[in-house]
Design a protein around this ligand. Structure first.
Ligand code: DQQ
Length: 543
């Protein structure tokens, strides 16, 4: 089937077949990046969870290896669930993961490479001490999972690991354990952080960011001047990844958000689209923090079984503190993805009048990297228009709605008649006080004529500084579109299943659906993207 075949991605990581979910234990070791992932070897739906494994020299061109871990002990017989890696100063790798036991109790287990000299880390040994952690008193037997990467605190020479949970009041929280040997642990009397009514916190991630340097920080970088800490939780209730920036006190192991009004689970998301169970790791080679995130399918299980696969990983993103706004992170596809760029097409100063749609000619529009800078006609910005009632991407009419200063942007994976189209757009809203607020949205409502697909308008506001123009980067790779506004202040990922806008029929357009404002696309660069040719590991090509 031509249509289902088209949906497989060309440069996003996905297994050869069957089901994948969370990224696990990402790390760099002896020249290789390693990605482990939740994997069902038997089917395209969740179940029988093992750890799939792949390696890459550049985070883009992956080679599949055999399964790293499978359920084979009473303490993980119902699944080798999510976990994280810690690399100790002597190079030893500690892998902590959740096991679902023979009684489906969630416990934490320890595994280590069988042969530290094997750069491919093909074999793993589970500790004789497993399980190393059982749910503590007061915590549900099924509310105790996804241990984080450990960080070290000098003052008491102990490592810390955080694990997500929820309490009886349905408050989400992250608990902290201290350990020196990763076998014996001591629970901190206070949680790292709690947020009322946010439900179960999955895949908690906790790491430092530099407020000045533009470089990533090792997970054990201690709090101090120029360092803030990010806490992220994946909310089981609404399946989104929320983060907040704040201050970590290593004495007592607590963390406080800079802005309580935008705490974990009620404030910022890494991504406003289909994106979940993410985790970061520190890449010592390029001195950067890299974020992985899982993007599941939004078609039906039935179709996934027909396709024989489900889920992709998003392109790894570097994560930095946004020193300009001081409020958010910046996420940007790792530089290595640029090595897939083939020929580029450039356009400049295209004026898009209200109500118009303008085709941009590119040959193969299923694999693209698009960069656009827009400017709204300054006279439209200053003219007195009525205030918009609180705009909200998800409840707005999407790209079909009309306001004075938006929506405008791009249509990707669109067929020539626009019967199918995915809009990536800005919407500038006039606030009651006369000021402006910019929104960045992605509208899936007309993305496919198929009838088994969940379609939404995703998005949020994007912080803007005086004098900045609007910019967007869009990675298109068959059934996934990842979009980044203002250098990665606001990000949106969609899964898309067009029936017509596929292969040579996929096209790209500019559009402006504002009632008043002329918009100029000041510069447009569109690269066609090569495939990453992800394949099984073969010694030949790598010795
Ligand atoms: N997926 C894993 C759990 C985790 C969840 C099981 C998040 O460990 O909480 O496959 O997607």
């Amino acid at each position: 089937n031509r249509m289902l075949l088209w949906q497989r991605t060309a440069y996003h990581f996905q297994p050869q077949k069957n089901w994948m979910n969370d990224p696990d234990g990402p790390l760099h070791y002896k020249g290789w990046y390693h990605l482990f992932y939740q994997y069902n070897p038997d089917s395209a739906v969740w179940g029988n969870i093992t750890w799939g494994h792949a390696v890459s020299r550049d985070l883009i061109r992956w080679e599949y290896l055999d399964l790293a871990m499978v359920p084979d002990h009473w303490y993980d017989i119902n699944g080798v669930w999510t976990g994280s890696a810690t690399i100790l100063p002597d190079g030893r790798i500690i892998m902590l993961y959740t096991g679902s036991t023979n009684d489906t109790v969630q416990v934490q287990n320890l595994a280590e490479p069988a042969d530290p000299d094997d750069a491919l880390l093909r074999n793993w040994v589970k500790s004789d001490s497993n399980p190393v952690l059982l749910p503590p008193p007061g915590v549900g037997l099924k509310d105790f999972r996804d241990p984080s990467t450990a960080w070290f605190v000098e003052s008491d020479s102990a490592w810390r690991v955080t694990i997500g949970s929820k309490n009886r009041e349905h408050d989400g929280f992250a608990m902290v354990y201290k350990t020196r040997d990763f076998v014996n642990y001591e629970l901190s009397p206070r949680p790292l952080h709690v947020v009322n009514r946010t439900g179960m916190w999955e895949c908690v991630d906790f790491y430092p960011v530099s407020t000045g340097s533009g470089e990533g920080l090792d997970t054990s970088t201690e709090p101090g001047p120029g360092v803030k800490h990010v806490l992220k939780a994946s909310l089981d209730d609404d399946k989104h990844d929320y983060y907040a920036i704040g201050t970590y006190e290593s004495e007592g192991d607590t963390w406080t958000p800079d802005d309580e009004g935008s705490d974990v689970g009620i404030g910022l998301r890494y991504d406003y689209g289909k994106y979940y169970a993410s985790k970061t790791f520190y890449d010592p080679v390029k001195k950067r923090r890299v974020l992985w995130g899982w993007s599941g399918e939004t078609d039906s299980e039935e179709t996934d079984l027909l396709k024989g696969w489900a889920s992709v990983q998003t392109i790894p993103r570097t994560v930095l503190y946004d020193a300009k706004t001081g409020m958010n992170l910046l996420q940007w596809p790792v530089d290595e993805v640029n090595s897939l760029r083939c020929g580029s097409t450039n356009f400049s100063s295209i004026s898009i009048s209200p109500g118009s749609v303008i085709p941009l000619h590119v040959n193969k529009a299923s694999q693209l990297d698009i960069l656009v800078e827009f400017e709204i006609d300054p006279s439209a910005l200053t003219s007195t228009v009525e205030a918009d009632v609180e705009y909200n991407c998800s409840t707005s009419g999407g790209a079909a709605g009309q306001g004075a200063l938006g929506p405008f942007g791009l249509l990707v994976l669109a067929d020539k008649n626009l019967t199918e189209q995915t809009a990536v757009y800005f919407y500038v809203a006039r606030k009651v006080d006369g000021g402006l607020r910019t929104f960045f949205c992605q509208d899936e409502l007309r993305s496919s004529l198929a009838n088994d697909i969940v379609k939404r308008v995703y998005g949020s506001s994007v912080p803007m500084l005086d004098g900045e123009s609007l910019s967007v980067r869009i990675l298109v790779d068959h059934s996934i579109v990842e979009s980044f506004a203002q250098e990665g202040r606001t990000c949106i990922t969609s899964r898309l299943y067009p029936t017509k806008a596929i292969w040579d029929a996929a096209k790209v357009f500019l559009f402006n659906n504002a009632t008043n404002a002329r918009v100029t696309a000041k510069s447009i660069t569109i690269w066609e993207m090569n495939s990453a040719f992800i394949h099984p590991y073969s010694n030949q090509t790598n010795s």
